[in-house]
Design a protein around this ligand. Structure first.
Ligand SMILES: CC(=O)N[C@H]1[C@@H](OP(=O)(O)OP(=O)(O)OC[C@H]2O[C@@H](n3ccc(=O)[nH]c3=O)[C@H](O)[C@@H]2O)O[C@H](CO)[C@@H](O)[C@@H]1O
Ligand SMILES: C=C(OP(=O)(O)O)C(=O)O
Length: 442
């Protein structure tokens, strides 16, 4: 049944929310459990759609996944791992980006894998060419199928020297999850070093893997024949934390984000302070608040870690519509991440998109036809509008803009937000938002 979220804006968000394990780590740690020869325990697991998708895929491959009813901790036992029927796997096509990371673990455990077409946010073309190239380097045979890919390594996988054209998070994880049990040593250059990757490395090390993180984005993995299960507490979701921080600023509110970690948010916190937001780092989280007065316009460029994370960009843009003056955002990670601004413009924001690189970072989208720079002029008085949730962060941003706006907005497709924000509506209501979920009128 289609649902519509009715949002009555004009009230600051204030109160407290708790963030649990990161969407960009938890499903990957779940996939890693396939590599062990005993059960793994994953703690701090959020109730989000990506966890459901990976649970379903693991179960199809014979992994038992048991959730502790009290804590939500997962015990994952791969001892019955087996091939799965491609028709059943296909039911998960388009749901998330995680299935591609099953390649290495499934080849190590059962010699082959069928990977359905990926989903995830539509914020660019999101090809998987780096993934396929590195898998071939390890000796895998990859075949395109009409609805995904099949991949096999009947002779086993060998360590390789790999250099990524760009520090892709997913391709780095692909290398890690494949190299840990490949024969020999793997050297990965131009690796991504996001905190979620370092946490995945912690998981793999607990399983018995030997991984050296060197300087200059180089990771060396000495393959081992066997790995055991792990017991791990997932790192908190810094992207959810940054989203609530932007929501506090945009609505003129005050939100304590329990679980937010200063170190993983360092680049965000600098930007937040320059914009005029304030924060207070406590032992158990960070309080983000609007200290009063005008917000300052900013120039922001998204980048790989340790730069300003692309997933923080969309919620921040809503706060920038409330800053006094002209801000510029140069998106250098995805070529098409500003589609969500159309709805902001309909709500009264002034946002102009440009094909040019409005920034100083070297960008892969220079002289190509992508609207990847935004000029935002504020402060805008926003008014309610009806919109369809386009993607995870864009959807969060629309809801926050609707909460800033005067009047009523109606959002459809709100379930997309559950892919990465745990208990989203309950959290909004707990922060004082006037929102109501109802059946769509036909
Ligand atoms: C589930 C998950 O962890 N998602 C995160 C992950 O996505 P994901 O792992 O998909 O993102 P990548 O870092 O791989 O993508 C970065 C860039 O590399 C390009 N690319 C990537 C792979 C490839 O084979 N070919 C290629 O061209 C992409 O199109 C994109 O332009 O990292 C992104 C960048 O921090 C985050 O925004 C996502 O939230
Ligand atoms: C782009 C994102 O996620 P995914 O890679 O899962 O689509 C995101 O979390 O903002």
């Amino acid at each position: 049944m289609n649902k519509v979220l009715t949002i009555n804006g004009g009230r600051p968000l204030s109160g407290s929310v708790k963030v649990r394990g990161a969407k960009n780590l938890v499903p990957k740690a779940m996939v890693a459990s396939l590599l062990g020869d005993g059960p793994s325990v994953l703690r701090n697991v959020p109730e989000i759609k990506d966890v459901e998708v990976v649970t379903g895929l693991l179960e199809l491959h014979g992994v038992t996944v048991v959730k502790d009813p009290e804590t939500g901790d997962l015990t994952l036992d791969p001892s019955g791992a087996k091939s799965a029927n491609s028709k059943e796997i296909d039911a998960f096509a388009g749901d998330s980006r995680i299935p591609i990371l099953f390649c290495g673990p499934l080849m190590h455990t059962i010699g082959e894998a069928f990977i359905p077409d990926l989903g995830g946010c539509r914020i660019g073309d999101r090809p998987i060419d780096y993934h396929l190239a590195v898998l071939r380097n390890f000796g895998a045979i990859v075949d395109k199928a009409s609805n995904g890919i099949t991949i096999s390594a009947r002779e086993g996988l060998r360590g390789a020297k790999v250099e990524l054209p760009y520090p892709s998070v997913g391709a780095t994880e692909q290398v890690l999850l494949t190299a840990v049990r490949a024969k020999g040593t793997t050297e990965l250059k131009n690796a991504a070093i996001e905190p979620e990757i370092l946490d995945l490395i912690d998981v793999l090390q607990k399983m018995g893997a030997i991984i050296h993180v060197r300087d200059q984005r180089t990771i060396v993995i000495e393959g081992v024949a066997r790995l055991r299960g792990y017991d791990h507490v997932a790192l908190p979701d810094r992207n959810e934390g940054a989203s609530w921080a932007s929501a506090a600023l945009a609505t003129g509110g005050d939100i304590f984000v329990e679980g937010a970690d200063q170190r993983d948010l360092a680049a965000f916190l600098n930007t937040y302070r320059k914009l005029g937001g304030d924060f207070d780092v406590r032992i158990d989280g960070i309080r983000f608040f609007h200290p009063g007065g005008d917000l300052n316009p900013l120039v922001v460029e998204t980048d790989v870690h340790p730069g300003f994370m692309t997933d923080w960009q969309q919620p921040l843009v809503v706060a920038l519509t409330q800053a006094q003056g002209v801000s510029i955002v140069h998106e250098t990670v995805y070529e098409n991440r500003f589609g969500f601004t159309d709805a902001l413009v309909r709500m009264g924001a002034t946002v102009q998109l440009h094909r040019d690189c409005l920034g100083s970072l070297p960008c892969r989208f220079d002289n190509r036809d992508f609207l990847h720079s935004a000029v935002i002029t504020g402060k805008s008085e926003l008014h309610g509008a009806d919109f369809v949730i386009p993607d995870l962060r864009g959807g969060f941003s629309h809801v926050i803009a609707a909460l800033v706006a005067k009047g009523t907005s109606n959002a459809s497709g709100i379930e997309l937000i559950n892919r990465g924000y745990e208990h989203f509506l309950e959290k909004l209501q707990g922060l004082g938002a006037d929102v109501e979920l109802r059946e769509a009128a036909h």
